[in-house]
Design a protein around this ligand. Sequence first.
Ligand SMILES: [Cu+2]
Length: 143
Amino acid sequence: MGGHSNWPEWIYIGVVVALMCWVGAEAWEAERLVEHVPEGAETIIVTGQQWFWTFEHEDGTKEIGELHVEVGKAYKLEIHSKDVNHSFNIHDYVVLMDAIPGRVNTVWFAPTDAGEHDIQCREYCGLIHYNMRGKLIVEDPTA
Ligand SMILES: [Cu+2]
């Protein structure tokens, strides 16, 4: 097939390869952002037990069922369980992490606006699981 030009095929292959690289890079970057806890994030120890959540701040302040945080700060949550498997969920901030006895799972988030959000257990953990709720209270210290 003399004179047959195959440049359209090469353009097609080039476009497909470029798309694959782009999708791969995006996925890698998204994963890096999700996994990487920002420098200076405050650590909060989150403990699940039947059937409530407790929170301990870096300064030793403890809260039960309510978590107070501030706008514009990053928080690293260390998720523990005292009894059975639970799952810590702040739906509005796409925070979802299992609480497993004997293990510490970490997840981080940075609240952007003042307000209140629901905290809920997302792993069936016994009789009163449905009521294993909490409140995330995001405060703006400058307001
Ligand atoms: Cu539960």
